[in-house]
Design a protein around this ligand. Structure first.
Ligand code: ADP
Ligand code: TPW
Ligand code: MG
Length: 576
């Protein structure tokens, strides 16, 4: 339904009118898009106001990058494109990082940006915020469109939505020049021009021969391993995945954002025996996970000498053989593929050889036992394990809370320590290992799910989006931010041997991030011991009040680059 219409003045020629603003709002509503993340300004200020008045939730951020990250993760959480709305040139560029991030991570998102006038931009005559945005966005997203005429708004949004969610999901750019918004047209014609996208992400059924091939390879395994990635979490085929993994009897690993698809405490989980299973497995089945840097490209030392066969389930055919030969490619959506596999397995699927599962379980139990005492440490200042031991219990007691996580040591150690129990509850830096997703993700997670959010942030990581704590307070969101404050990037102990300036990796010593949130009426707590941290986090999670806890971590506790120091080139010539 059109949300408003105007009437022409001339008597006798009265007709209902609509305009670009209303058609954009109507197109979104018609397609069930009920939330927009953005920053207002020319030419989209009125669009935000009118969308809000029309019942769309419009979340106004302090910086477009954070609004963009919010839209990206909203896409992951809902399987609908998350929408980010920005102003021209600088606002657009601020949102672009998030659009590229969404594309890289296979999250459906649409960056809708106002832009300056085509005629002036193309002649480079210096318009207000002039930029050829479409050309700049195109290489960073799945598809990019511009709408010049009000009667094409419906088609423009339909194309954007379909491009974002069909096949491998990703980011889409939609360019709306300022003039479009005030273009007027007949209301009925306008309504008829809108398109409700039908079956936007159709099931992609795998070929029966490919299903059989995959099962044959899996059946032949002596040491099978299943790896679940965030594509599997996105697919929302939770029950089928769990049944498949359990029926296979194979040990499984869950990539960072897939954690919780099956509980990390599941008897087949090999999370704590990661290096062993990667080295020794003879058949590896990837489900919605790419063999990129996060899995050492499927080769090299991490994967050991034992020859391996790979089975890969993915919606993107071009993903197959991208790094190593895939013996059994299974192209289709995870839900359809896993259901077909389950059906093909029949009633009695043979369990994997017991010597393999026994070995994996023994290694896992040994590593878990080794870690246990570290998590009980009550040392002050805290080390990572002492602080994370507390947060691990918080999530165990509140398995439906959402965990947002970024940093280096703060990320890598939290990933290993904090068990997840439910799907899509762990949101983090993703494929790029990008810093800055924290507050945008936390805000979208609270808005889209209504669940309490715990954001575990390195002090550097937090700084990239820290101003959004005002946004959190303004909307009164149930978000508890814990800043792991070790005075810097990786560690707080570096010194500059050559002069008075601080070393490049350190921040103000003893900074009190908790005071920042107090400026906006939120709850700030300084926690110096695991006990204090536990009390503060529990209180925040129970009250739902916006809270920021400054968790004081030993500045010497972290290691350079966290767990990926091997990727960090160092000069052999540098002066000590
Ligand atoms: P992780 O970082 O968790 O290892 P990746 O982002 O590398 O995961 O891989 C996710 C993969 O999942 C991508 O290759 C993407 O094409 C695929 N994918 C996304 N959604 C689906 C889906 N519904 N069905 C099948 N594959 C999907
Ligand atoms: C957009 C490089 C990787 S990790 C990190 C930076 C700056 C911060 C690590 O310090 P933090 O965590 O958060 O305090 P901790 O516990 O180890 O002390 N810019 C972007 N993305 C990345 N990944 C970087 C820089 C980086
Ligand atoms: Mg730090």
């Amino acid at each position: 339904m059109l949300n408003t219409a105007a009437k022409t003045e001339a008597p006798g020629t009265e007709q209902e009118l609509t305009d670009g603003f209303h058609l954009v709002i109507d197109a979104l509503k018609l397609n069930g898009i009920d939330t927009i993340y953005g920053v207002p300004g020319i030419p989209i200020t009125d669009l935000g106001r009118m969308a809000q008045a029309a019942g769309i939730r419009v979340l106004s951020f302090r910086h477009e990058q954070n609004a963009g990250y919010a839209a990206a993760i909203a896409g992951f959480l809902t399987k609908k494109p998350g929408v980010c709305l920005t102003v021209s040139a600088p606002g657009f560029l601020n949102g672009l990082t998030a659009l590229a991030h969404a594309t890289t991570n296979c999250f459906p998102m649409i960056l809708v940006s106002g832009s300056s006038e085509r005629e002036i931009v193309d002649l480079q005559q210096g318009d207000y915020e002039e930029m050829d945005q479409l050309a700049i966005a195109r290489p960073l997203c799945k598809a990019a469109f511009r709408v010049l005429h009000a009667q094409d708004i419906g088609i423009g949004f339909a194309r954007a939505i379909r491009a974002a969610v069909s096949g491998r999901p990703g980011g889409v750019y939609l360019d709306l020049p300022a003039k479009l918004f005030s273009q007027v047209m007949n209301a009925e014609a306008g309504q008829n021009s809108l398109v409700k996208v039908i079956d936007a992400a159709p099931a992609q059924i795998p070929a029966p021969s490919a299903v059989k091939r995959a099962l044959d390879v899996l059946k032949g395994a002596k040491r099978p391993l299943i790896i679940l990635g965030k594509g599997a979490a996105y697919a929302r085929a939770d029950e089928a995945i769990r049944s498949f993994v359990e029926k296979s009897g194979a040990p499984f690993l869950q990539m960072s954002m897939a954690k919780g698809l099956l509980p990390d405490t599941h008897p087949q989980s090999a999370g704590a025996a990661r290096s062993t299973v990667l080295k020794d497995a003879d058949v590896v089945m990837l489900i919605g996970a790419r063999l990129n840097w996060l899995l050492s490209h499927g080769k090299g030392k991490t994967w050991g000498d034992a020859p391996k066969k790979f089975i890969q389930v993915d919606i993107e055919p071009k993903e197959m053989d991208s790094n190593v030969e895939i013996a059994a490619p299974l192209v289709g959506d995870v839900g359809s593929c896993v259901s077909a596999l389950l059906e093909g397995m029949g009633g009695n699927w043979p369990a994997p050889p017991a010597d393999w599962t026994t070995k994996v379980n023994a290694k896992r139990d040994e590593n878990v036992a080794k870690m246990a005492p570290k998590l009980m440490s009550n040392a002050s200042p805290m080390d990572y394990h002492g602080a994370l031991g507390v947060l691990r219990t918080v999530i165990k007691e509140r398995p439906d809370a959402i965990l947002v996580n970024e940093g280096a040591n703060t990320l890598d150690l939290a990933r290993g320590v904090i068990d997840m129990y439910q799907p899509r509850k762990r949101l983090d830096v993703g494929t790029w290992g990008v810093m800055g997703i924290g507050m945008g993700y936390a805000i979208a997670a609270a808005i889209e799910t209504g669940k309490p959010v715990l954001a575990v942030e390195g002090d550097s990581a937090f700084g990239f989006s820290g101003m959004e704590i005002e946004t959190i307070c303004r909307y009164g969101l149930p978000i508890c931010v814990v800043v792991f404050n070790n005075d810097g990037i990786y560690r707080g102990t570096d010194v500059n041997s050559a002069g008075a300036d601080p070393a490049t990796t350190v921040f103000v010593k003893g900074a009190r991030y908790d005071k920042m949130i107090e400026a906006f009426g939120g709850v700030g707590v300084n926690a110096t011991s695991p006990d204090e941290l536990k009390r503060a986090v529990n209180a925040a999670m129970d009250s739902g009040k916006p809270t920021l806890i400054n968790a004081v971590i030993d500045p010497a506790a972290g290691s350079e680059s966290g767990r990926i120091g091997n990727l960090n080139p160092q000069s052999v010539l540098k002066k000590k």
